[in-house]
Design a protein around this ligand. Structure first.
Ligand SMILES: C[S@@+](CC[C@H](N)C(=O)[O-])C[C@H]1O[C@@H](n2cnc3c(N)ncnc32)[C@H](O)[C@@H]1O
Length: 217
């Protein structure tokens, strides 16, 4: 338990300091990767006007921007551990009655049960120290019939296995990149029904997965 708390603290410090500088150039540096991965996520989560979306580890708010452009009537909440990423998100879409950007960890969500029609998370699930807890939090805040869409790196590919190995080697033990089966199992264990599981390439190097699940009801 003490080890888990220490690891979570280390992850929080590492993420905040990593994105303190990267936040201001993230969109430019990761442009191609982000366009491909977020366009697919936006397509699969398929928001409708009037629905509420929670985008976890929202980064600079780019997914929210894509979705708002197509469905202006979506109620948008984004949450991220990095204050600098949140600052960029606020700059992209100012807060108003239908837009909130919050600092915080997706491992403990400050929302009531059944608050959202959809939850999304892109390129961040592998960073979590307690993936099971985060998954049960995501399932908890979804309304019955609501959907969860996660896009992340895919450990079925050798280059991603290498990234996993390198992260551990340089002391980022909290990184845990999953395979589609492992992520789907976590979703099922949290009471969600997996609807689709896809693998895709965000760039020639970045082998990814996109898994969509629904809360029964
Ligand atoms: C690679 S960026 C992806 C940002 C965004 N989802 C996108 O695809 O453009 C990873 C993000 O995860 C956030 N993050 C890492 N651990 C987190 C946690 N426990 N809770 C919330 N956000 C977290 C980081 O601050 C960072 O903004």
């Amino acid at each position: 338990m003490k080890d888990t708390a220490a690891l979570a603290e280390k992850q929080t410090e590492s993420v905040i300091s990593h994105y303190a500088t990267l936040a201001y150039e993230y969109d430019r540096r990761w442009n191609r990767y982000s366009v491909v991965s977020l366009e697919l996520l936006a397509k699969r989560v398929d928001m409708q006007d009037g629905e509420a979306l929670l985008d976890l580890a929202c980064g600079t708010g780019r997914l929210g921007g894509i979705i708002r452009e197509r469905t202006p009537g979506v109620d948008l909440t984004g949450m991220d551990l990095s204050p600098d990423m949140i600052k960029m998100a606020r700059g992209r879409i100012p807060e108003d009655a239908r837009t909130r950007w919050l600092e915080g960890s997706m491992q403990a969500l400050p929302f009531d049960d059944a608050s959202f029609d959809a939850v999304s998370c892109s390129s961040a699930f592998h960073l979590l120290t307690d993936q099971r807890k985060a998954m049960s939090e995501m399932a908890r805040v979804l309304r019955p019939g609501g959907r969860l869409c996660i896009v992340d790196w895919c450990r079925q590919y050798p280059q991603i296995q290498l990234i996993q190995w390198l992260a551990r080697t340089v002391g980022r033990q909290y990184r845990r990149i999953l395979t589609p089966d492992e992520l789907s199992t976590l979703m099922s264990d949290a009471g969600l029904e997996v609807e689709s599981s896809e693998k895709f390439n965000a760039t020639w190097f970045w082998a990814m997965m996109c898994i969509l699940a629904r809360k029964p009801g």
